[in-house]
Design a protein around this ligand. Structure first.
Ligand SMILES: *[C@@H]1O[C@H](CO)[C@@H](O)[C@H](O)[C@H]1NC(C)=O
Ligand SMILES: *[C@@H]1O[C@H](CO)[C@@H](O)[C@H](O)[C@H]1NC(C)=O
Length: 361
């Protein structure tokens, strides 16, 4: 019995290890060599198989390791270090595992890591610290897969899909965690078919997740704590025709759950976005509107709670068509609800809770 138990435990350990960053036999690696003989300092070694392709600074070692592998192969950055104000480029079909902590400095207008006009790049693991303009920057990707991505940034944005460059399709993202970032945790433009497991934003300056000019989106959880404090951004924001599909707003952005505590806004939809269904909200003590929908079309919040914080507001600016086809079911306590102007096609309110209401019925 004891032996069987130990075998089972060993197998369990092996299978959990095999799912870890850098496990198995990566085609290329970046490791650190501590220079003990000549005193202080360390250098980084890029290897393809057992051949050393570069020894020297961290950024160059990473880029040389990436460049050394072919499409379909994998590089594992085992060492931690600083790439400085540089950019690492990952080409089509390559898998990049950031197992150490990659520290970065601001490279103006650029990503610390970029994928541009490339298919089937995978980044299963990444931990990034420091200050960046964009941590990860993408455009023109197809079949991009991101796994478990963690940022702790003193400045900049975690992930950015560019506005003014080629569009992306079939993007899959697992869990993005931003412990800090002065801008957004994740900002998207120009994606058709996007799946996100979770965006976890803590002490983030602007948005947790900002969806813009996207279609056919599925999101599991957006969870923000102290996001967008003191400004008009939100834990979850839709803008710039997010969800506009074939000229209409059929439901094509489905978010299972949004949780937001403190910070600025909770959920914010603006500038001709819509086609949105949110399964459940859990918003409390937001410093700005718990919910603000402004010129949005077909937005359905199916349930959940708002507890205190800023007003739940349906609004419209005159520059765009009035909001329409809105449905909100929620328990709203300790704040106010206001619909002004009345939306087109009469909002379906199903409200409980003690919030005072000034809505169109
Ligand atoms: C509204 O409901 C909340 C949650 O039950 C409660 O804490 C709060 O005191 C209530 N406020 C009023 C004015 O009844
Ligand atoms: C209002 O809703 C109806 C369906 O109930 C739809 O046919 C119509 O287009 C909507 N009107 C506007 C102005 O969106």
């Amino acid at each position: 019995m004891v032996h069987l138990f130990n075998v089972a435990a060993a197998l369990a350990l092996m299978s959990s290890v095999s799912a870890q960053c850098g496990s198995g036999t990566p085609d290329a690696t970046v490791t650190v060599r501590i220079n003990t003989v000549f005193g202080s300092g360390s250098s980084f070694v890029a290897k393809k198989g057992s051949s050393t392709v570069y020894t020297g600074d961290y950024r160059t070692a990473i880029q040389r390791a990436v460049d050394s592998i072919a499409s379909g192969q994998r590089v594992a950055v085992m060492a931690s270090g600083s790439i400085g104000a540089g950019t690492i480029t990952i080409q089509a079909g390559k898998t990049f595992e950031g197992c150490g902590t990659i520290n970065a400095a601001i490279n103006s207008g650029r990503g610390a890591i970029e994928v541009t006009n490339a298919a089937n790049v995978k980044i299963p693991y990444l931990t990034m610290t420091g200050s960046v303009y964009f941590g990860l920057r993408f455009s023109g990707t197809t079949g991009l897969t991101l796994g478990d991505i963690t940022f702790d940034l003193t400045a900049g944005m975690g992930i950015r899909f560019d506005r003014d460059r080629a569009a992306n399709s079939n993007v899959k993202i697992g869990t993005v965690t931003c412990k800090r970032a002065s801008s957004h945790c994740v900002e998207t433009f120009n994606i058709d078919k996007l799946e996100i497991g979770s965006v976890i934003a803590r002490n983030v300056g602007e948005c947790g997740l900002l969806l813009q000019t996207v279609t056919n989106v599925k999101v599991g959880l957006v969870d923000g704590d102290n996001v967008a404090a003191g400004n008009g951004y939100a834990t979850l924001r839709f803008a710039n025709q997010a969800g506009k599909l074939n000229g209409g707003y059929a439901t094509n952005i489905v978010v299972d759950k949004v949780k937001s505590r403190g910070g600025g806004r909770g959920v914010f939809c603006v500038s001709e976005s819509g086609g949105v269904q949110i399964g459940s909200i859990d918003l409390a003590n937001n410093g700005n509107n718990a919910i603000l929908l402004e010129n949005c079309y077909n937005v359905n919040i199916k349930g959940g709670t708002v507890n205190g914080g800023g007003e739940v507001r349906l609004a419209a600016r005159t520059e765009f068509a009035n909001s329409k086809d809105i449905a909100i079911t929620a328990k709203i306590d300790g704040t106010t609800v206001r619909e002004s102007p009345c939306t087109a096609n009469k909002t379906k309110w199903t409200l409980t809770g003690n919030a005072s209401k000034n809505i169109c019925t």
